[in-house]
Structures are given as C-alpha cells and as structure tokens.
Write a protein that binds this ligand. Structure first.
Ligand SMILES: [Mg+2]
Length: 276
C-alpha cells in the first residue's frame, strides 16, 4: 500500500477535469458526514468543478439521498447524484421486463425505482416473475428472505427461469460502531442456498448492476463528456476495480472498508490519507 503514491484532494482537483465521489466511507457514514466531506463539496461547488456522487444505493432515490446528505451538512443537489437504482430502468428496458411482477426486497424508494422502470413492484410475500434486492432494510428481513427463497425454489423446481437483479453488490458498509452487511450479502445468501439445491443450473445468480460493473462509470463519463476523471472511493472491490475496468484513474481512501491489502492485482492510482 505504501508503494502507491499519496495524493491530496487539491492535487486531484488540479489534475482532473472532474471527480467521482463514493458516498459511504468517503463522504458519509450512517450517522453523518465524515471529516473533510463538507469542505470538499463546498470547494467543488465554489470552484464550479464538475463532479458526481456515484453511489451503489438502490434504497434511496437521488432526491431523498440528497436530502439526507444535506441534513448531514453536505451542500449537494440530487442532480449530482448517480445511483445504481437509476440503472434499473435501462436494464429492464433492454431485457423487456416492463409489465412483469418484480418482488422487491427493500424500502419504498426501491419500489419507486422498479415502478419507474415499468415493472410491477411486489412485496417479498407476493408472487413474482423476477426478484430485485433494493436494500438490506425496509422489509421484514428473515421472513422476507425465506419467502422469496421458498417461492424461488418452487419455481426453479418447475423448471422456470427467474431473473435475479442486484443493483448494489456491496457486501459491507462502515458505521460508527463498526460495519454492517449490505444487499450484496443478501444476494450471496440466496445464491449459496440456490447453488446447494441446483448445482447444475448456471442461471441462478444475481445480475449485478452497480460498481464494479461499468454502468455507473459509463453514465458519469457520458454526462461529463470527458474521460479525464478520477474516482475517489473506499472499497477496492467496487470503486477501484470498477474505475480500472472503465479505464479511469482512482484514489483509495485509506482506512475504509477494504483495509490495506490489495487482492487480485487491483491497484488504485493513488492513496488518499484524508479529504482535507
Ligand atoms: Mg463506500
């Protein structure tokens, strides 16, 4: 880790046309803004520097995410927020899922994303044609997972194909008391159970939409009109791997979820000791 060059946010602002910022673990945790986050956003606003907050959430609409971040003291508007939830609509359109019943594991905003994508959102306890994990909260967790898993197994036993969609592949997130599990972990539980029962079937896995998949990076670059962009993130597996895959530079915030061991040959362009 120490062989990776250190950088400051001022140097990144000078070197790049635009910044992409992860939310959890970079700007905020569950309880509030992280050190330097308010100052960084204010500086970007003051300079008129283009930036996007690039979040894997599908549990909050951009409007509600912005309101939450503003309550934490960050001067953010929803137009600056790209969420993995926004990828649901183009994905459903590409796959022709409009009009289908989609079991949604997640809060109300996850239902809004699915409805906006043209599908019919259903609770985990209703019949479905496809399954989407929007978040790890907002539904009765164990009963909801059990209900979806039971119906899924019954459908797969009948030879049906059920698309499984995971906008947010994150496994854990930081909170002040330590860490919490995220929707990617819920998907792993269901996939592990399905693999045990259907070891021969290769279609019983969730399609991941958010980081490290390219969708959010591609959309950010399209909106910004430049590839001279750096991603500031705290997770090697999503932020750093994803930006490398999209051909973008990255800065890893030290002390985040990933620790300091880099696996799989994934290297950030820089390490960032603080946002100041
Ligand atoms: Mg993060």
């Amino acid at each position: 880790m120490n062989t990776i060059p250190a950088v400051t946010t001022d140097e990144l602002i000078a070197r790049y046309d635009a910044l992409l910022l992860d939310a959890y673990g970079v700007l905020v945790n569950k309880e509030g803004a992280l050190p330097g986050a308010k100052e960084l956003i204010s500086k970007l606003n003051r300079l008129g520097k283009p930036y996007y907050l690039v979040s894997n959430t599908a549990g909050h609409l951009p409007e509600n995410a912005a309101a939450r971040y503003r309550a934490f003291g960050l001067d953010l508007v929803h137009e600056r927020i790209l969420t993995a939830g926004l990828l649901i609509k183009p994905y459903f359109e590409a796959k022709g899922y409009q009009g289908l019943r989609c079991a949604v594991m997640g809060p109300e905003d996850s239902f809004h994303y699915v409805k906006d994508a043209g599908a019919r959102p259903a609770s985990p306890f209703e019949d479905f044609d496809l399954v989407l994990i929007g978040d790890q909260v907002g539904f009765p967790f164990l009963d909801g997972v059990d209900a979806v898993l039971s119906r899924l197994i019954a459908k797969l036993d009948r030879g049906e194909t059920v698309p499984l969609i995971l906008p947010n592949p994150d496994l854990i997130y930081p909170k002040s008391s330590g860490f919490g599990i995220t929707s990617g972990m819920v998907a792993l539980m269901i996939e592990t159970a399905l693999r045990q029962r259907f070891p021969e079937r290769e279609d019983v896995a969730f399609v991941r939409l958010g980081k490290p998949e390219p969708g959010l990076f591609v959309e950010a670059v399209r909106r910004l009109g430049t590839h001279n962009v750096v991603m500031i993130g705290d997770q090697v597996e999503t932020d750093i791997r994803g930006s490398a895959g999209a051909g973008l530079d990255s800065a890893l915030v030290v002390g985040g979820v990933s620790g300091t061991t880099l696996a799989g040959g994934i290297m950030p362009t820089y390490r960032l000791e603080s946002l100041f």
